[in-house]
Structure formats: C-alpha cells, structure tokens
Design a protein around this ligand. Structure first.
Ligand code: ADP
Length: 629
C-alpha cells in the first residue's frame, strides 16, 4: 500500500503525533495555564501516577493531591513563570498507587510551551522511570557498605586489598592487631608500604598468585615476622587469601582472613616438649627400675586396691598376669617377721613418713627370698591417699652379708689354729732358750715355721682378695714351658708322699704369661684336690694345646661336687660344704684363681660328678705372638 500524500494535512500529522505520544512508553504530560491544568497525560503517565483519564482537564494540585508536599507543582510553576527548562537525573516522586504511597525515581525534563507570540501557555513534561536502576544502585551501595561493616565487625581478622599494589581498603581491628600497626599507618596505602616488615617473606608471591589466577590459597601455621614495639615478632598465622570479585567477575583485589595461632602453636610445642621430656623421664625411670630390678607398686588406702609392676610380682614369686593384693603379700611374709612388718606399716600409714623395710618371704614355690620394700604417701587427683613405692629382691645381698659374717668367723678361726700352734712352739722354745743343745729344738723350729707359713698363706690370700677387688692385679709376663711350672709347684705335695701328681699331654707347650700367678692357680687346684679328695691317690694334670690356647686340667677321683653348687665355686667366700666342712679354708682360693685367669683373658671351669671326682681346668691364650713383638 502506497502513502496517499493528498490525505496528508496538518490535522493528519497532529493525529499521528498524538498517537505517538499516547503510545510512548515514557510518561509525557502537558499542564496548561497558571493553575497547571493537566491537558495531556499519556498512558504511561497515568500508569505512573496510578490514575485514570479523569485527571485530564483537572488542575494538577486537584488531580494529584497526594503530591502536594512534593516539589513538582512548584517546579512546574517555576518553569511556567521563568521560562527556564528544568532537567533532572533521578528525582524521587511518591505516588498513591494501589491505595498506598509508593516511591519512584524519574529522570525528567520540564519544557516551557510557548505560543507564537512567545508567551508561555504551558509546560511539557517528559519523564523516564529510572526506579529500577536507582534501586539497583542503592542496593549495590548498601551491600558494599554492609560488606564493609561486616568486615569491620567480624570476629576474625579480615581485610580487602585492592589492585596490584594491594592497597588496604578495609582492615578490621583484628587484622590490625595481627599486623601490629594502627589503622592510619595502612589504610588506603599499599600493604607492603604500610607494613614494610612483612616484605620478603613470600607473601607477595602468594598475593600475586591469587590476584592473577583467582585461586584461593590456604596457609596453616605460617610463620610471619610482623612489627612489634619498634622491632619484629614472629607469629604463627592461619590465613586464607581469596580473590575479590566485582559483579562482572573481574578480580580487583584480594580478600584475606587470618587467625593468629601463635599461642596455640607455642602451647602445643610446649606440651609436645613436655611430653617428650616425660617420655624420656619415664623411659629413664623404666630403665633404672629394670637395671636395678626394682618393682613398683601403688596402694590406694581409701579403696584398699593395689596395682603393681611385673617385677614387683616377681619379687614375691607371682607371675606377671596375676592380680596381687596386700593379703597375698602378707601371707608370704615369714611368720616371725609379720608382726614387725605390720607395725612399721601401720606406723607409716599414721605418720606419713617414708618407710623402708626388709623381710624374708616364702614364694608360692616354697623358696625363701629377701625383699626390701619402701614407700611414700601421695595424694591422687581425687584426694585419695596412695602409697607408692618400690620393691627389690635383696636375697643375694643378704647371702653375701651372711657369707661375709661367716667369713669373719671362719677367718678368725682359721688364723687362730696356726697361731695357737705357733704360740705353743714359741713357749716351748722359750723354755729351751738357754739350752741350745736340746735335740727338740729343730723340730720345734720346723713346727713354728710351718705354723707361720700357714698364717702367711692365709694372710696372703686375704691380701690378694682385697687387691683383686680393687683391680690392682698386675701381670708380669714371660715365656716359659708350662709343664716345668707344674713340676716345680708340686714338689711340696710329692714331698708329703700322700698323692701321686702326674703331668701328661703337651709337656713342651710354651706360654707367654705371668708364671708366679699361674703357679698360684696351680697350687690352689692341686691343694684343693689333695684337701677335698684325700682318698684319691692319683692327681692327673693334663696339658693340651687347642687353637691358640693352652688348656690345663687338674683331675682327681674324689667325692665330686653337686651340680647346683658348681656355679658358685668361683665366688668370693664360697665354700661348697659350708656346714660341717671338715677342711680348713676361707673360700678364696678358687675366687683368686679365677681372677688371675680372667686377667690373662682366659677361662676357668669345673666338670664334676658326685662320687666320681672333679676336673678343674683353665684355658689361657698362648700369647706367643705378643712375646715376639
Ligand atoms: P677353700 O678351699 O678355702 O674352701 P676354694 O675357693 O679353694 O676355697 O674352694 C671353694 C670350695 O670348693 C671348697 O670349700 C670346696 O667345698 C670346693 N672344692 C674345691 N676343690 C674341690 C675338689 N677338688 N673336690 C671337691 N670339692 C672342691
């Protein structure tokens, strides 16, 4: 269809204009005359005002009474009277809509309308509803400020660092405290300018990574040196760096949240350190208890319950998995000691003193053992009284003590016999001193000498023992033929004529050793064979070479020694036949011998069977290579 220009006249154009105005989505209205009579108001205007067509032809004030206290009427009047147009970007207008006042924002302009002669007859208003835009902006602003106040009030340290220089935009009190600075030192400044102390500790690269890649970085217990009283202080910090996004998803900064965990870390380290120390102490204590074979126990005086270690149970002859009560302990105590133990116990429970008590107990297997129990009272966390202490098996010490006591008795007795005999000889000699021709003299002198020799030997043994105990045994080694030593040392026995001493084996074997000391060992072994096996006429001494060792065995066919006693023969003061021992001795010979052999890096031992005889042997390195050096 073509446009018929003949139909186009002024009226037609006006018609088009009014249609355009009517249909415009922008509110358009015209007020005429001084009273501002609304003569045009398009659909959009009516909608914005919340009115219908009836407002057209009415005065602005009458048509829109709810707007009386808003500036529009005055603005319209001003444009009407001054002829100066009015423009605004987003003015607020409140309209009565759906029976309530609602707020809108408009960008609008008021234009004066003039007649041909230039006189103003009305005002044209064209408006754009910018309510949504304004509200969105307001919301954005509000949320921005709410976000800031959230950061400022947050109970954890938070801050926002903007731009590639990390300008501190917001930083709450907690973050300032961690940083060790005042707000004015850092706010709106690049972070590392505000806190130069934080530079060069790797934080720059972390921030850069978050800022450029948008990755979130989490660090735990990271040590950072931060300002403190003019210097710096090392703090352990847990922190998160997260990108700070704008609405369009561009990253404009970094948001950081941090927690100062220095105290926790230090506290934990202290606890760990204390635990380590405790473990060490416990280990040391356990080792000490183990080394001293000390048992431990705890007895709760309020509940009567007792807890004890395996060693404690072992000290009383109980297996480790057995529950041991105070009663079990009491039952084991030998009856003659029970009263004493009970008395010490009750005294202790009353007076809270440290106690130490020794007593013998009968183990469930019937054997007798001495134990030392000590204790002290402590209070546990419940306020109950606990006796805590240790136990020790002191049977060996007790036996040793016993042996020592016995030894003194024996030694006195042993010394007394030859001394009495010496005294008798001397008395007789005294009587004969003016009679040098008496035929009794030589025999008496021999007797005196022999008694003196016995005393000397005994004293010699005692001295040797003391010296050995103090580690003063020095060896003077030379090279010699072993069998020659055997021959020499057995002269005195052969002279007696009671026993046959026969040397056999490797009679040419040479050793590098202390001949005087080995002589002592041999005399001991041979003397013992004669003393304890008087019926065995034959004593064989065997010499054998094995590897680089010389082995010497002294064999008798005497009564032998029971198996259970053999292990103790080389102990100090030990005598196999303590009770009713018919033979003199101090129980030192084998002890001294074993010390001499040990000093030669050798071994000493016994093989014996009761009724069949004993073989005492020792083995020492030939040591010849050393001699040649
Ligand atoms: P002493 O002879 O002074 O008692 P020793 O140390 O020489 O001390 O010997 C320890 C114990 O070993 C002796 O008391 C004895 O009971 C036993 N004994 C040593 N040699 C023999 C042996 N040849 N036969 C039997 N018993 C022996």
């Amino acid at each position: 269809m073509s446009f018929d220009t003949s139909e186009f006249n002024e009226g037609y154009a006006e018609n088009i204009y009014s249609t355009i105005v009517e249909l415009s989505p922008l509110p358009v209205y015209v007020c005429a005359g001084k009273d501002m009579t609304v003569i045009v108001a398009n659909k959009a205007t009516l909608k914005a005002w919340g009115k219908d067509k009836s407002v057209i032809g009415r005065k602005f004030r009458d048509a829109l009474p709810e707007m009386a206290d808003q500036p529009f009427f005055d603005l319209l009047t001003r444009v009407y009277t001054t002829g100066v147009a009015y423009h605004t970007e987003n003015d607020r207008a409140d309209f009565l809509m759906d029976d309530r006042m609602q707020t809108f924002y408009f960008k609008f302009s008021y234009q004066p309308l003039r007649s041909r002669d230039g006189a103003i007859w009305g005002v044209l208003c064209i408006a754009t509803d910018v309510t949504d835009l304004v509200l969105a902006n307001k919301r954005a602003e509000e949320s921005e400020s709410r976000f800031k106040s959230l950061i400022l009030q947050a109970p954890v340290a938070l801050c926002v660092l903007k731009g590639p220089e990390y300008i501190v935009e917001v930083a709450n009190a907690e973050v300032l405290e961690i940083w060790g600075v005042l707000e004015e030192q850092v706010l709106n400044k690049p972070l590392f300018e505000g806190i130069p102390e934080a530079k060069g500790q790797g934080l720059e690269s972390l921030l850069h990574e978050v800022y450029t890649t948008g990755e979130v970085i989490l660090e735990e217990e990271r040590y950072v040196d931060l300002p403190k009283n003019g210097g710096t202080e090392r703090k352990a910090i847990n922190f998160v760096y997260a990108p700070y996004y704008e609405i369009d998803r561009t990253i404009t900064g970094v948001m950081a949240a941090a927690v100062d965990v220095t105290d926790q870390v230090l506290g934990r380290q202290r606890v760990e350190e204390a635990n380590k120390q405790l473990e060490k102490t416990q280990l040391r204590l356990a080792l000490a208890l183990q080394a001293g074979r000390l048992g431990t126990y705890e007895r709760n005086l309020n509940t009567g319950k007792m807890l004890s270690s395996s060693q404690f149970k072992a000290n009383f002859g109980f297996p480790p998995n057995r529950d041991v009560s105070v009663n079990d302990i009491m039952e084991g105590i030998l009856p003659e000691y029970l009263a004493k133990v009970t008395e010490v116990q009750s005294q202790f429970e009353k007076d809270d003193v440290v106690y130490n008590i020794e007593f013998p107990v009968k183990w469930p297997d019937g054997t007798i053992h001495w134990v030392l129990v000590s204790g002290n009272t402590i209070q546990n966390e419940l306020g109950e009284r606990i006796i805590s202490g240790v136990s020790q098996d002191i049977t060996e010490q007790k036996l040793l003590q016993q042996q020592k006591d016995d030894f003194i008795g024996i030694a006195s007795h042993e010394l007394k016999t030859p001394i009495t005999s010496l005294k008798a000889s001397l008395q007789l000699l005294e009587r004969l001193k003016n009679n040098p021709a008496s035929p009794k003299l030589p025999a008496l002198i021999d007797q005196a000498n022999s008694s003196l020799k016995k005393v000397t030997v005994l004293i010699e043994d005692l001295l040797n023992t003391t010296r050995m105990k103090e580690g003063q045994l020095e060896l003077k080694k030379t090279k010699f033929v072993l069998s020659k030593l055997i021959n020499d040392c057995c002269q005195h026995v052969r002279a007696l004529g009671t026993h046959d001493i026969v040397a056999e084996g490797d009679l040419d074997l040479e050793v590098y050793a202390d001949s005087n000391r080995l002589d002592q060992v041999l005399i001991n072994l041979v003397n013992n064979a004669i003393k304890y096996a008087p019926q065995s006429k034959l004593v064989v001494i065997k010499i054998k070479k094995a590897d680089n060792q010389a082995k010497v065995s002294v064999i008798d066919k005497g009564p032998g020694i029971p198996k259970e006693k053999q292990a103790h023969l080389f102990d100090r003061y030990y005598r196999a036949n303590e009770n009713g021992q018919p033979y003199a001795g101090l129980g030192l010979g084998l002890y001294i011998s074993s010390e001499i052999i040990k000093k030669h890096d050798g071994k000493i031992g016994v093989e014996s069977e009761t009724g069949k005889g004993s073989t005492f042997w020792f083995e020492i390195p030939l040591g010849l290579d050393k001699d040649e050096v």
